[in-house]
Design a protein around this ligand. Sequence first.
Ligand code: GLN
Length: 456
Amino acid sequence: LTGHFLQRAQASDLNAFLHIDPALSLAQAGAADARIKAGTAGPLTGIPIAHKDIFVTEGWRSTAGSKMLANYTSPFNATVVARFEQAGMVTVGKLNCDEFAMGSSNQNSAFGAVLNPWDKLAVPGGSSGGSAAAIAARLAPAATATDTGGSIRQPASFCGVTGIKPTYGRVSRFGMIAFASSLDQGGPMAKTAEDCAMLLNEMVGFDERDSTCLSPAQGNVREDFTRELDSPLAGLRIGVPKEYFGEGLASDVEQAVRAALDQFIKLGATLVDISLPKTALSIPVYYIIAPAEASSNLARFDGVRYGHRAAEYKDLSDMYKKSRAEGFGREVQRRIMVGTYVLCHGYYDAYYVKAQKIRRLIADDFQAALGNTCDVIMGPVAPTVAWDLGEKTDDPVAAYLADIFTLSTSLAGLPGMSIPCGFGQGEKNGKRPVGLQIIGNYFAEAKLLGIAHQYQ
Ligand code: GLN
């Protein structure tokens, strides 16, 4: 199995992988074989998995898609990586992504864009574009990904695969290279919800090395995420937010999403009109809070302890400046500047504190709907299908606006997933998939996966 996927990954021209090392993978596969023969295998033993390059992995390069970490190898494994290894999964490589997970099209990677396997003229989405493309092209049966404002759901949608962002704090961030710590959350990507459920079984759980990891006392206990896969959907109330179907939503995406909603009615669910009035504010709020946290997190890349160091410099301050100017790409530099600005004395209250207050109101919107009027919320993941490679690269705000349907879930810390629900019209070089987003209340991952499985 490992050999099969290694061969496919090595033959692929999608640029989904940044690092493949057959010797490392085959050694792990050998150990998995031994476990299977010894009768000590678990359900995932011997199954290949590829990791987004945001997760540090012992023995492999871990670049976060940045020139800053182009030659970095971590001396330890991210908790998520370690857990999958303990389960006997075989790492088949490291996956391309937007630099420090900043982006929605994978075009911000220092190592070049990933191609969408459905249409090689299209972006795969981002920031977990390598993960989504690898699953879609069957270069790996499972992948890790991270979602700060949509980076699991949107690439899953653009590449027609399944991905789930768990409740914030359920999956350890230890060893996940930080972008915006109050939003970053790891999750699995795979072909189906059933596969994602099995992967989540290994990923979720308390980790004392991540200070924001939810504790067992807060309800973060390991659970069997496959337990609701066969639950019927009769009586399920699906909230349909009017803000997710307004101006800006492409008609082909709307058609595919509405067809999926009709299918849920056939499966016994009812649709309830709801409103999430603060949806539009999620863009300015996210693009204040995320850069603020990023500017602080990325201060550690100073050319001293690890990462890129400029070859020539006059003094210490010059070394910092040159190393950071050379190591960080344009989008990362833009966000560091925005973030530093909104945290400045004098602007902090006007921007950062204000954004935090609106963040709470966005979370309140969801609580008013979930639990009272509906059990889950459904809508599009993104306003359009995947855009063309080269598009939106000179217009960062256009890319930010395309995050409209995923940001609020992240700001509220809620679980959300994307499942394939058809294709857009206007086929160019190939079909472009559409994703359906399913959002649930805190800790509702098993329910979301069950709903997705019934549809799939
Ligand atoms: N597209 C968003 C951004 O550029 C989200 C990225 C993410 O979730 N990592 O920040």
